[in-house]
Ligand binder design. Structure first.
Ligand code: NAD
Ligand code: UDP
Length: 339
């Protein structure tokens, strides 16, 4: 059976992907420096799946150590999740973002080349569609103008991977453009565990629900949308993880670059998220309306047809599932992975 290296695999999306890959019969190696995650994740993934996971504590920028990892293991494909992802922080610390996100990509590509590994899947983002493209986004649209350094790192990494594939005709690259992953594994054992004050909507809602934050501020209610709040394409993280399994099956038989949106294709507003969370979980979310957040687009959602057509993948979970599973994780782990 094939062995998949998950760079940044202890994180939110990586850990859920590890579960789905293990349950589909793949062997998994997780390499993470735990800069935004905890080693406890590995135990939880093993608990859920009943399988063992080889884990390395390694900075993916550290070429010597990553090279050693490739020498010790026969790796068939890499999924590159390792990156810094906080939009606001990227505006304050652009150099750290470019250094981390681009260096990890270059190091992985160099080690893959040296060890003859030809398959890579990259965690890209809907953010690469930028400000110009109209919704719903389709994969053949040109990458747009990003509003922050985080987004630019994704644009640049997509370009780097495309150039690498042009130069090496045996390389198979899949760029997965995620929309807004939320939710948690149905077991409640793994989920999103942001450090400090959450930047993203759903973890903030969950922390208000569990009493760690006093109230949610909804950023803007004067957008040109049905209820005036922004609309996003929220996708259950388990559906997203299953998309990676399909992408792995695909990457082995392919050459060149293929891009897939991973979203539901249906947008929900911030107000709808709060209301659904309240109704499904029978819990009130204290909230107020505030100013718009700089850089936010009114709407972002996918046309998800290509992933269905080419990968045979589509989302199965509802917004209610996403809200229920988020709360199940948060209430069972009020402080995330920390005791
Ligand atoms: P996450 O922070 O939970 O996971 C990223 C993991 O990478 C963390 O475990 C972190 O410790 C690790 N990491 C970071 N830099 C590293 C380095 N130099 N060496 C080793 N490990 C390193 O984030 P996530 O939500 O799971 O996102 C995974 C990927 O998907 C990221 O590249 C992110 O940009 C991308 N993405 C996420 C979202 C989202 O909303 N969560 C949306 C679009 C794209
Ligand atoms: N949002 C909000 N309050 C928060 C966090 C987010 O109103 O505390 C809104 C934000 O303005 C956006 C939506 O929720 O319209 C999703 O934001 P998130 O940061 O989760 O994702 P992204 O901006 O990357 O789409």
């Amino acid at each position: 059976m094939s062995t998949i290296l998950l760079a940044g695999g202890a994180g939110y999306i990586g850990s859920h992907t590890a579960v789905e890959l293990l349950e589909s019969g793949y062997d998994v190696i997780i390499a993470d420096n735990y800069s935004n995650s905890c080693p406890e994740v590995i135990n939880r993934v093993e608990e859920i799946t009943g399988k063992s996971v080889k884990a390395y504590e390694v900075d993916i920028k550290d070429k010597e150590k990553v090279d050693a990892l490739f020498s010790e293991n026969k790796i068939d494909a890499v999924i590159h999740f390792a990156g810094l992802k906080a939009v606001g922080e990227s505006v304050a610390m652009p150099v750290a973002y470019y250094r981390n996100n681009i260096d990890t990509t270059l190091t992985l590509l160099e080690c893959m080349e040296k060890h003859g590994v030809k398959n890579i899947i990259f965690s890209s983002s809907a953010t690469v569609y930028g400000e110009e493209n109209p919704v719903p986004y389709t994969e053949e649209m040109k990458r747009g103008t990003c509003t922050n350094p985080y987004g630019w790192t994704k644009v640049m990494m997509e370009q780097i991977l495309e150039d690498a594939a042009k130069a090496d005709k045996d390389l198979s690259v899949v760029l997965l453009r995620y929309f807004n992953p939320i939710g948690a594994h149905v077991s409640g054992k793994i989920g999103e565990d942001p450090q400090g004050i959450p930047n993203n909507l759903m973890p903030y809602v969950a922390q208000v629900a569990v009493g760690r934050r006093e109230k949610l501020t909804i950023f803007g209610r004067d957008y040109d949308t049905p209820d005036g709040t922004c609309r996003r394409d929220y996708i259950h993280v388990t559906d997203l993880a299953k998309g990676h399994v399909k992408a792995i099956d695909y990457v082995f038989g392919a050459k060149g670059v293929e891009i897939f949106n991973l979203g539901t294709g249906t947008p929900y507003s911030v107000t709808e998220i709060v209301e659904t969370f309240e109704n499904v979980n029978n819990i009130k979310i204290n909230h107020v309306y505030g100013e718009r957040r700089p850089g936010d687009l009114a709407e972002s959602y996918a046309n998800a047809d290509k992933a269905l057509k080419v990968l045979g993948w589509k989302t199965e979970k509802t917004l209610a599932d996403m809200c229920r599973d988020t709360w199940n994780w948060q209430k069972n782990n009020p402080n995330g992975y920390r005791k």
